[in-house]
Ligand binder design. Structure first.
Ligand code: NAP
Length: 500
């Protein structure tokens, strides 16, 4: 047994359930299976620890922009959060603690990357090839996440750059940036945390902005010892705090997803902040977005704009023409010397490479199916032609206003009820009906057409190559909770004769 494998888990095994990915979603599923008493499952994880995106994103300044009391599992509240918005390491420690506490680490196979998964109709099972050998399972759970595969920019000459180049989610901690000339490409959620965190250490910081983000105040503070004691010992106090944060966030869905006109005050608030924090009108102009607030993710920071007050921090808004051995050249012909390139350029969300590794009933990969019909999916979870497969954090489960963990737990409820239904009914397979999937997709399209993400006048990764927003959930998160409360077997083709 390899030291990287959690106990009895090993290659070549047949299990009832195989989960791909040991991030927040995979872990929530694993804990649920344990609590239901279903021990016949494995989690295949290509990394060497649980945590997913929180394990991978170790860049300076990494922290969550959803309050900690909400950004935690409902079954594992953490009274010990140090601040209202926790830093990455604290979240990662929380995740590993939950894995230990619920004794699911032993169900993980670490260092195990899934190369392909094929549905074998005759045997009604999934055959899975991995870097650690074959596995088979009755049920496949795709918990491979949305924010895990770095999107690398295709800039001419980037391969010839002689200095260090790395993506924000693969931070090279051996690279010493102190006293160096550093270029950060991108101005999204990751970049606005990186820029103020590294600015004091570097000799020169060039921030390459393609689209200006909307930035709002970050109401972050340390929790007092008294608050932490209250969370730990006063009955229901922490649940009350969490509930308050949840509903305050939930209210934002009204403006984002239902009445985009209500986003106007948010834009005014952000402009006021920009005026206060950036006195130079020319710089302020370049930092002002040209689309409506909320169209892209709203960012929270009190330190991003002030970083540009430093003489050695420059905002570059001309496009990047090419990268040379020791410099970045912009479209206006300016050549800027650079020692290191940080690519804060986001993730492959709508075109995850894992889609090309999952093969359904007719032999086509999920990637091929999505190429043809778009990222259609039933309740973000089930896909026609892929029997006994359930996605977590699938298409149209993203939120702009609340905690993804709430969505994950909703999907896990649905998944657990599906597994229970299959066990009780001795079902061999369940496959969502194409008509149910199409109806659900139609409903999404119709509702999404009214959201700020669709009418806000921006280009974003919420929209796939077909021009459809297949990323965001167009409503309140409790609406998603409601539709995932029960496994609706009527929406599925069912075959009987499965294991008990
Ligand atoms: P992102 O939001 O996708 O931002 C990527 C940035 O890179 C954008 O500014 C983008 O510009 C730019 N970019 C991409 N390709 C480029 C190219 N070829 N040339 C120039 N610029 C390019 O990625 P992210 O910042 O990593 O954040 C991704 C998501 O992760 C967030 O939306 C959030 O959900 C999550 N996240 C959360 C936190 C947090 O909780 N605090 C922190 C980090 C990430 P355009 O806008 O023009 O495309």
């Amino acid at each position: 047994m390899s030291a990287r494998t959690g106990s009895s888990a090993g290659p070549g095994r047949r299990t009832n359930i195989l989960v791909i990915g040991g991030g927040l979603a995979g872990l929530a599923a694993a804990v649920r299976f344990r609590r239901e008493g279903w021990d016949d499952f494995l989690v295949l994880e290509r990394g060497d620890e649980v945590g997913g995106t929180w394990r991978d994103n170790t860049y300076p300044g990494a922290a969550c922009d959803v309050p900690s009391h909400l950004y935690s599992y409902s079954f594992a509240l953490n009274p010990g959060w140090s601040r209202s918005f926790s830093p990455q390491l604290e979240i990662q420690e929380y995740i590993t603690r939950v894995a230990r506490q619920y004794r699911v680490r032993d169900h993980h196979v670490f260092g195990c990357e899934v190369l392909s998964a094929r549905w074998v109709e005759g045997d009604a099972l999934w055959e899975v090839e991995t870097t650690r050998g074959p596995f088979t399972a009755d049920i496949l759970v795709g918990a491979f996440g949305a924010l895990c595969e770095p999107s690398l920019p295709d800039i001419p000459g980037i391969g010839t750059f002689a200095g260090k180049v790395f993506h924000s989610a693969r931070w090279d901690h051996d690279s010493d940036l102190d006293g160096k000339k550093v270029a950060v490409i991108g101005t999204g959620a990751s970049a606005i945390q990186i820029v103020p965190a590294i600015a004091p250490r570097v000799a020169e910081l060039q921030v390459y902005q393609r689209t200006a983000p909307w930035v709002l105040p970050r109401l972050d503070r340390r929790y007092s010892a008294l608050e932490r004691l209250a969370c730990r010992y006063v009955p229901f106090y922490q649940r009350l705090v969490r509930g308050g944060i949840y509903w305050a966030h939930e209210a934002q869905a009204i403006a984002l997803a239902k009445r985009p006109g209500l986003m106007r005050p948010v834009g005014l608030l952000a402009r006021a902040k920009l005026r206060r924090e950036v006195p130079d009108p020319a710089l302020r102009q370049r930092l002002t977005p040209d689309y409506r607030a909320g169209c892209k993710r709203l960012l929270l920071s009190n330190t991003y704009y002030p970083a540009f007050r430093e003489e050695h921090v420059a905002l570059v808004t001309d496009g990047i023409a090419e990268v040379r051995e020791k410099s970045v050249v912009t479209t206006d012909g300016t050549v800027r010397e650079v020692d290191a390139l940080v690519l804060a350029t986001g993730f492959q969300v709508t075109d995850s490479p894992t889609y090309r590794r999952l093969f359904g009933k007719d032999g086509r990969s999920l990637g091929e199916v999505f190429d043809t019909v778009g990222r259609q999916c039933y309740k973000g979870t089930a896909i026609a032609n892929f029997p006994n497969m359930f996605l977590l954090v699938g298409p149209n489960t993203g939120l702009g206003h609340n905690s993804m963990i709430f969505m994950i737990e909703s999907q896990v409820n649905y998944l657990a009820d599906a597994v229970m239904t299959m066990k009780r009914g001795r079902l061999r397979s369940v496959e969502v009906r194409a008509t149910a999937q199409e109806g659900f997709s139609r409903m999404l399209r119709e509702r999404l057409s009214r959201t700020i993400w669709n009418v806000g006048g921006c280009a974003s990764w919420y929209v796939d190559k077909h021009g459809a927003n297949t990323t965001m959930w167009p409503g309140f998160s409790y609406e998603f909770r409601r539709i995932t409360r029960k496994f609706d077997i009527d929406a599925y083709h069912v075959s009987t004769g499965g294991p008990q």
